[in-house]
Design a protein. Sequence first.
Length: 268
Amino acid sequence: MNRRLAFGTLLAGSFVALALLSLAWTPHPLEHLAIAERLQPPGPTHWLGTDHLGRDVLSLLMRGAATSLGVAALAVSLGALVGVPLGLWAAARAGWPDELLMRGNDIVFAFPPLLLAVLLTTALGPGASSAILAIGVFNIPVFARVARGLALPLWQREFVLAARSAGKGDGRISREHVLPNLAGGLLVQLSLQLSLALLAETGLSYIGLGTQPPQPSWGRMLADAQTLTALSPTLALFPGLAVALAVLAFHLLAAGLRERLNPHREEK
């Protein structure tokens, strides 16, 4: 295992484990408000201090990881579940289906991703489910294009021609022979899109269109901290650091997987 893959796996796994742990346990109850203890610095009772409502910052960070990573994972899963079959269909049929998919992708890619997400969440109303749908919609053409690009060369390979000679249809060939050969490339893209989806979720929550109170998220923590940085700089530091490290983890994971799948690929 290369170093980037090892470090990315360890770091991403740590965030996932922290998020899962927060569903069962946090150092302090999230609903516990102690105004008398507001804006405390890090100490033995509250390791990362308290926020403007006296809530424990470490507990908020842990549950925020579950929210932010959960929204990102569901959005990317939605994009992959819809986009990959579309890409496989376009590669198998070629002709007008392929052209239709590519022109549809061009239309979606004409909009900046975050702007598209803001437009959709504004139309649907703020909330985690709206953020999942908005981020997922942009991921559909990403996965469709990647799946199509990876699948097209495989349709000229001998094992696909043999499957056709055996009487198998395009759908069965795509499912049984083409898709398994795309798994590695799709996994790399999945890791990369998770980091981008996490940034999008943080941005939407920061401007009030994503996860809504009282559900904690890293974006909401940054939004709450923006007017209090002079009094308690750590309120913005810790969630900002969490976002940066989580994005780095998934980027390293994607780079490590790409290296492992293409060990002789020359780095540029």
